[in-house]
Design a protein around this ligand. Structure first.
Ligand code: HEM
Ligand code: HEM
Length: 181
């Protein structure tokens, strides 16, 4: 890797955490969408709920780690060839992605605990933080659902832009986040 390539890439820890988060989010969303469908065989539904509830908090931890790494290792400056408005839009989408992920994790945890359900593997660490409260559970469920829609829209824009840079423009933006290690 040349010196130039080294300074125009995100730090290795950021890249690894980005791709780990991406894989987990891209599997947690379909798991969530499928598990709430009516008429699913019980074992399938249970497995999806188990995966979803166990992996959700892991995503929260990865986001916190990513933000910590971001503070310690600032992202490399964007190329000056990128129009100012486009750079601002990309930055805004990145921060909204972080915010939406945190809100998804928090609302998911509230929905489960206020609904009186187990946190599965996370029970020893965070079970029983919130008592049973049907009204709170219903609000958290509605909020989780709303955040899901926002997250999917943001991700479609983000992945679309990444594909455009990586496949069409080939301007080096994609390789800022590639390879994962
Ligand atoms: C970034 C992390 C998360 C993502 C992307 C995510 C995504 C989703 C999606 C797409 C749904 C389906 C919503 C619908 O169509 O009605 C869902 C439902 C659900 N999620 Fe999450 N979720 C996350 C974190 C969590 C966490 C941490 C928990 C709890 C530990 C959780 C618990 C639930 C539950 C219980 C439902 C079913 C809601 C219902 O009763 O209908 N989620 N999630
Ligand atoms: C196939 C899927 C994905 C691709 C191809 C992709 C690609 C990229 C690329 C190339 C960058 C670097 C942009 C730059 O340096 O200006 C980036 C940054 C970022 N991506 Fe993704 N991404 C994907 C999925 C995701 C997912 C699922 C999330 C979270 C839901 C996500 C969240 C972020 C965030 C927050 C940043 C900003 C990093 C920072 O500066 O802190 N990405 N992504």
């Amino acid at each position: 890797m040349s010196d130039t390539a080294a300074v125009t890439r995100h730090a290795p820890a950021s890249r690894l955490l980005h791709w780990l988060t991406a894989v987990l989010v891209l599997t947690t969303i379909p798991a969530g969408l499928i598990m709430v469908q009516e008429g699913l065989p019980r074992p399938v539904q249970d497995s999806l709920f188990l995966y979803h509830k166990n992996i959700g908090p892991v995503i929260g931890i990865l986001v916190i780690l990513r933000l910590a790494v971001r503070v310690a290792r600032r992202p490399p400056p964007l190329p000056i060839s990128l129009p100012r408005l486009q750079a601002l839009l990309a930055e805004t989408v990145h921060w909204l992605l972080y915010l939406t992920l945190v809100l998804m994790v928090m609302s998911g945890i509230v929905r489960v605990q206020a609904g009186g359900f187990p946190m599965e593997l996370w029970d020893p660490l965070m079970g029983g933080m919130i008592g049973k409260d049907e009204a709170l559970a219903a609000s958290a469920k509605a909020f989780h659902d709303l955040c899901k829609t926002v997250l999917i829209v943001l991700m479609a824009g983000h992945i679309g832009a990444a594909a455009m840079h990586g496949l069409v423009k080939r301007d080096g933006i994609f390789s800022r986040m590639w390879p994962p290690v």
